[in-house]
Design a protein around this ligand. Sequence first.
Ligand code: ADP
Ligand code: ZN
Ligand code: ZN
Length: 707
Amino acid sequence: MSQTLARIAVFAPLRRLFDYLVPAQAQPGMRVRLPFGRSQRLGVIVQLLEQTDQPSAKLKPIEALLDETPLLSAEDLAFLGWTASYYQHPLGEVLAAALPALLRSGQAVPEPGISGWRLTAAGQALEPVQLQRAPRQQQVIALLQGCGPAGLPQAELFAQLGTCGGVLASLAEKQLIERHRLAPGEGQRPILPGPELNAEQQQAVTQILAGEGFHPCLLDGITGSGKTEVYLAASRALIDRGAQVLVLVPEIALTPQTTRRFAQRLGLEPLVLHSALNDRERALAWHQASRGEAALVLGTRSAIFTPLPRLGLIIVDEEHDLSFKQQEGFRYSARDLALVRASRAACAVVLGSATPSLESLHNSQQRRFQLLRLNQRPGAAQSPRLQLVDIRSAPLQAGLSAALLDALQRELAEGNQVLLFLNRRGYAPVLICHDCGWIAHCQHCDARLTLHRGDQRLSCHHCGHLRRIPTSCPECQGSRLLSHGVGTEQLEELLQARFGDYSSVRIDRDSTRRKGSLQHKLDGVREGRHQILIGTQMLAKGHDFPEVTLVAMVDVDQGLFGADFRATERMAQLITQVAGRAGRAERPGRVLIQTRQPDHPLLLQLPPFSHQALLRVDARDSREAETFAQQALELGQTQAAPAIEFWGPAPAAMERRAGRHRQQLLLQSASRPALQAFLGPWLSRLEQLKPPAGLRWSIDVDPQEML
Ligand code: ADP
Ligand code: ZN
Ligand code: ZN
């Protein structure tokens, strides 16, 4: 059998490629199983070679070629290769991450389509009366004769006629019907017309569709300004031209409602990549997209890696959302990759946001992006009015000022809904001894334990550590343990006591742990079963409450003193988003913000930083982490180009987390290429250091958080 040479990215955390002998029919983009050290691994062929510098005696043949046709195209490999080198992550791991689990584990591509049945020519010609003696068979034929030539999914037949496998088998035996695999979405659905676009929306759609080639746009409009209508209109036009559209949404926004809106308005079944898919469904969806069959793919972060041969538009909704950044393992920003991908595919990309990230605003000011604004709210809806409530030296009840309580009372009396936003779950963030000042801390983190009354526990919100609430002080045995500060649980308690005539509902991670409970609560609010809505960040995105007329931000001050440079930015975004939940109907919303910092320059004047990369090191022993970070610095300095600045190493803002000591070294450069050129060789040298067992390190290019 004739063999040839191939370079292979092995699914392993190694920053190099390996050469093997492969069968002659092998092509780049196919998966292989190969002997590796003493075990076996999987990998993907990235290149066929004429020759290798490896001595031929050491060259081994692969064990098996797993695909008959390439799973990844040349363009997919090039894009993923670019991604691996930009984020300084081993190519094998990047390819593995881009494949659905089933394919990553070496299994065969599942057979596409949905199992279904259609009529044969004989079946089409048949008069159902000819089957009079077999009424069930007659029903099946009648149903199939009443639909299009693609037939019906088996599940649909079962749904209409009850399970009828035997009936189908008899009809197939008579050669009246035959098995047929339907592509999902095959068979048209009706298109529901949308509202007529206003002038700004129309203008935005025209701009997105105008011109050829790479075309980045920033669609800047508050929640409810009609951005989704713009996405829908632009998608419709491109799908009609035969293109594929990729829509990325934040994790929390990928709800059945979102999917339904796209399905109804585009008249097609969007391919949805969500976490509830099983491995087989996910692999099928992926494969279908990669064969150019799905017109619209909707997914969260990792959907950015879906192969799309006819890609014509990428939409990133709520582009500032943190969930677009993968924070662990292979760290990447799906938003940034959307730009790279659109540029490679020479197509349009729309970043939509009510609160554009600093980078995006910077880019549009530099005219790298086209800025599209939606200033009007459609219909009669008006923007909410923002108002600061200065609470310096004001007496507070569970964190609420008299002014705020008063406003709540008035809104409720008028039959309106109110929303209280407090980004701190639990009953109270601190448990303190009144006699000696002891404070309950986490044993594993530099963090205080939060008091949860409902669970009767102290809980660490950073590592999940749980403890019983002590009955006396562990230091002085005193019995006066007091809680300090306010969390959502306490806020709910006060509001129930104070406004007992109204129903309140709390939405945070604790109150929505059970499956389906979030949806149930949200439905309750929309259906008007609750008047008082209390929630954390979970409420800030993707949910609309048109009947809410008053939004109260109970405590924004915590966000103004965050440990990293984005904390203030994020608080400003949060305020805009939470405010955007309200007042979409005829009644304008009002937003009250309680603060002790009424003069704080919330307005964002920070320029986007220069280009950064963050080395994170953690170990059980603080000296080990320090030593490694120091070595990394020294290696960097001996190699450094003058364009790179080093900051640190220094302990992370939370030095200890889950029992591990954390150090970080920040690298900064005004030039992105200089930083990139530096990182590759530096990381290769770090890999050769032999750190003590248990020490972990990682690199985060374009870090979002320095915590
Ligand atoms: P966003 O995506 O910016 O939050 P949406 O596109 O969801 O905004 O629009 C908010 C609401 O306004 C939706 O109910 C939508 O159907 C409606 N809407 C959007 N554009 C128009 C329009 N031009 N005329 C009337 N209603 C509109
Ligand atoms: Zn004490
Ligand atoms: Zn902890």
